[in-house]
Write a protein that binds this ligand. Structure first.
Ligand code: 16G
Length: 241
């Protein structure tokens, strides 16, 4: 029940109650939440208040809406260790999820100044710009934009990009990927990426920028990826020196 005399807003109280039913596993991932009407009747609060609580829980990732079907409890967030230099395909397989890729953009063009500098390229050297939506069990997880020199990774095609880029680089081209330097920050994506990721306007994502090098130090890839912050969290083990 909610306490109408409490200084805490009613929507917040309802939010906390729903959260509790999820945390105690009374409601499990995939379970449907009672309808707005049912919740408003059983808690004796307005539908507007119920809607506000649900919207907040959707934005925080506890619930998700399916058009015409209702609101459901989300799965736990994916936890990704930041220590290893892994590919998306490897990350998903390690969790027994089926990795997926949808190619959104594929282009070969002369690198512009910034990217040329990052990838240590000569003037006008050709690069790939590849934008892919990455999926786990068909659920959109991240939008990834990669830049790679064509001379280093020849023969890349949309077909190859439907599966694993790293498998192609390592198994077909027999290159050895060495190390990467990576930053993570919060960001808001544009309307197009919001749609790809199925997130609401204004919901933050985790923006990862990674520069990856071959074992011999040659720059291989610059990538900017927006991961759904409501579905993903990063973990790092640290030691006191
Ligand atoms: C990861 C990498 C990305 C790489 C991709 C290859 C980050 C931020 N990005 O998503 O740089 O291109 O893996 O994945 O970690 P694939 O082998 O499954 O195509």
């Amino acid at each position: 029940m909610v306490d109408k005399n409490s200084p805490l807003p009613l929507y917040y109280q309802l939010e906390e109650q729903i959260k509790k039913t999820i945390e105690t596993e009374e409601l499990q991932p995939g379970d449907a939440l009672p309808s707005e009407r049912e919740l408003s009747e059983s808690y004796q609060i307005s539908r507007m208040t119920v809607r506000q609580a649900i919207t907040n829980l959707v934005n925080k990732g506890y619930l998700f809406r399916e058009k015409g079907k209702g609101t459901f409890v989300s799965s736990q967030k994916f936890e990704q260790n930041l220590q290893g230099l892994t590919s998306f395909t490897e990350d998903m397989k390690a969790r027994n999820l089926v990795p997926g890729s949808k190619l959104l953009h594929f282009e070969i063009y002369p690198a512009d100044k910034d990217i040329r500098a990052t990838l240590s390229l000569k003037d006008e050297e050709l690069i790939y710009k590849i934008k892919r939506l990455r999926l786990a069990n068909n659920e959109p997880i991240a939008v990834e934009t990669s830049y790679l020199p064509v001379s280093l990774v020849p023969g890349l095609t949309p077909d190859i990009l439907a599966s694993s880029l790293y498998t192609y680089i390592e198994n077909e081209l027999e290159l050895t990927i060495g190390h990467a330097s990576q930053t993570v920050e919060a960001a808001i994506v544009d309307a197009e990426d919001q749609q790809h990721l199925h997130i609401n306007k204004g919901v933050p994502v985790l923006l990862i920028q990674r520069e990856t090098f071959l074992e011999n130090g040659t720059p291989l890839e610059l990538v900017r990826s927006s991961y759904r912050a409501d579905r993903y969290k990063f973990k790092i083990d640290i030691e006191r020196k």
